[in-house]
Design a protein around this ligand. Structure first.
Ligand code: ATP
Ligand SMILES: Nc1ccn([C@@H]2O[C@H](COP(=O)(O)O)[C@@H](O)[C@H]2O)c(=O)n1
Length: 196
């Protein structure tokens, strides 16, 4: 008996591009489960007795990418615990270490579909994150100091990964600068055209 592998869509883009916002809309409209690597890391940071709490907080505050052994295990555990079969993996893979770790641990176990790339200018991203901080996100990285580091990590480490997938013809790019409603209109078209 062959068991179908879970379908995976990676969701990438700059900090504050609107990945989480669009993922929750996709979940409402299509049968996907949203797993945000950042959310899973923040949960693990706050979990009592976590051996990684301090390390994760240091990485998050400084906009650095946590070693993949931690993040990939959190993702795999969350996938298993959900019992679901379609996942939006938001904010991962963010650098070469993430991608290599995923390929070692997960790629054989899943049915990778494509990368959703929410493309958004730096100024808009920063403005959205600062706005989110002012609205009480409680995030320790929605401040200008952390944002400079997050943007630098995005440009140096994450964009090359998006370019790698682009070279393989696996990226669906969306202009993420319009309002959330308009962006979702484009997202919907891509999901429908992809058979979801
Ligand atoms: N298209 C949009 N237009 C204006 N504001 C938006 C748009 N999409 C999201 N926002 C707002 O911008 C902020 C960041 O959005 P969101 O959390 O979805 O981004 P993200 O890409 O998941 O960020 P991060 O990578 O930092 O977790 C939120 O306050 C959200 O309400
Ligand atoms: N693959 C990842 C994803 C996230 N992080 C860390 O979490 C921070 C916040 O991520 P968001 O996606 O919620 O913005 C990010 O700046 C990293 O420090 C990570 O290490 N690896």
């Amino acid at each position: 008996m062959s068991v179908e592998k879970p379908k995976i869509v990676f969701v990438l883009g700059g900090p504050g591009a609107g990945k989480g916002t669009q993922c929750s809309r996709i979940v409402d409209r299509f049968q996907f489960t949203h797993l945000s690597a950042g959310d899973l890391l923040r949960e693990e940071r706050s979990r009592e007795g976590s051996e990684f709490g301090n390390l994760i907080e240091d990485y998050i505050r400084n906009g650095k990418i946590v070693p993949v052994e931690v993040t990939c295990s959190l993702l795999e555990n969350a996938m298993k615990a959900s019992g679901k079969s379609r996942f939006l993996i938001d904010g991962f893979p963010r650098n070469q270490d993430n991608l290599d770790g995923w390929n070692r641990q997960m790629s054989e176990k899943v049915d990778f579909q494509f990368v959703f790339f929410f493309d958004c200018g730096e100024d808009v991203c920063v403005k959205r994150c600062l706005g989110r901080g002012q609205s009480g996100s409680g995030r320790t990285d929605d401040n200008l100091d952390s944002l400079k580091k997050r943007i630098s990590t995005y440009n140096n480490d994450s964009l090359p990964i998006i370019k790698f997938f682009e070279g393989a013809g696996q990226v669906k790019r969306i202009d993420a600068s319009p309002d959330a409603e308009e962006v979702f209109g484009e997202v919907e078209k891509i999901f429908v055209a992809s058979g979801f």
